[in-house]
Design a protein around this ligand. Structure first.
Ligand code: ADP
Ligand code: ZN
Length: 287
């Protein structure tokens, strides 16, 4: 089957062609402008490839509830041109094929659960720490939705005692994303994360925040693995620091075989930054 996959991001749209085996056969990237200019380019690509299904992992928040009136819309995004745009309807009409739809981070969680490091597990968590923080919860074999999807980048966490930065979430100030996403690091320390590799304090604080989130998700969902991705995790020393903070914060409260093997419990994304696009292939197959 010829499967179309779209990782729809705020800056670029990655359009790919793949198959059931999780092979990516072709990929293009189109800058995200307005629906009027960007949609026709993407539609032309998928039409030309004669896709039989499409899966979309989209920046959000989105409306993934099939029974809701606005199903298929990108809802309250700060990207004004895309606010309330029904991307599912637009592709469905243009391509006359089934369309699967979820958030970009849910797609990444699904990609890892289908083709990557969390295959075969009932419950796993995918956390991306980049321009924002997103969390995908894969629970009892499917993605958690409820009324929409998790927005667990915005959980409230305890501040580091030496952190005087107010936090930069426009809604909550010092929520997890407001304290720990890439732009928060840059604002707090005055330089981009990539230029702060040698500053131990930066990563000690960052690890403290990410570890707290891991503790919260571990306690809440009882996942068998937590996967960490996103630009900020490109700092290689961060992962071991997160694991050790996590163990310190857990304080031995829960004892399982998974937690006894921490390096295989909190793990880096395993699909070479293809986790979301591969998840889109699975979304298409499920559509
Ligand atoms: P996005 O979240 O926009 O999809 P990324 O996951 O690449 O994209 O995240 C971008 C963020 O990650 C930026 O805030 C950037 O400063 C930060 N970042 C990228 N590379 C690094 C690095 N090597 N170390 C620390 N932070 C980084
Ligand atoms: Zn917030």
């Amino acid at each position: 089957m010829i499967i179309g996959a779209l990782e729809a991001g705020g800056t670029k749209m990655v359009c790919a062609i793949g198959n059931e085996k999780g092979e990516i056969l072709k990929r293009i990237s189109i800058p995200t402008k307005t629906p009027e200019t960007t949609m026709p380019e993407m539609i032309a690509f998928f039409k030309n490839e004669k896709v039989e299904r499409l899966g979309i992992g989209c920046f959000g928040p989105i409306a993934p509830d099939k029974t809701a009136e606005n199903y298929g819309c990108i809802t309250s995004t700060p990207k004004i041109a895309w606010q309330n745009f029904n991307i599912v309807k637009a592709f469905g009409e243009a391509l006359s094929c089934p369309v699967g739809f979820d958030t970009d981070v849910n797609a990444a969680a699904l990609g890892e659960a289908t083709f990557g490091i969390t295959q075969g597990l009932d419950c796993s968590i995918y956390i991306t720490v980049g321009t924002g923080i997103g969390v995908g919860v894969y629970l009892n074999g499917s993605l958690l939705h409820g009324m929409m999807h998790t927005e667990a980048g915005h959980i409230m966490i305890k501040r580091h005692r030496e952190d005087t930065f107010a936090g930069n979430c426009p809604f909550h100030g010092d929520c997890f994303e407001g304290l720990a996403a890439g732009p928060a690091i840059e604002k707090r320390w005055g330089r981009k994360g990539a230029e702060l590799s040698c500053e131990e304090k930066v990563w000690e604080m960052e690890a403290f925040y990410i570890a707290q989130a891991c503790v919260n998700f571990c306690m809440t969902y009882s996942p068998q693995k937590i996967v960490l991705g996103g630009g900020v995790l490109k700092q290689d020393m961060l992962l071991p620091m997160i694991r050790s903070k996590f163990e310190e914060l857990m304080a031995g409260y829960i004892q399982t075989k998974e937690l006894a093997d921490i390096t295989n419990y909190i793990v880096p994304a395993s699909l070479s930054d293809n986790q979301a696009i591969l998840g889109c292939i699975k979304l298409a197959l499920n559509a």
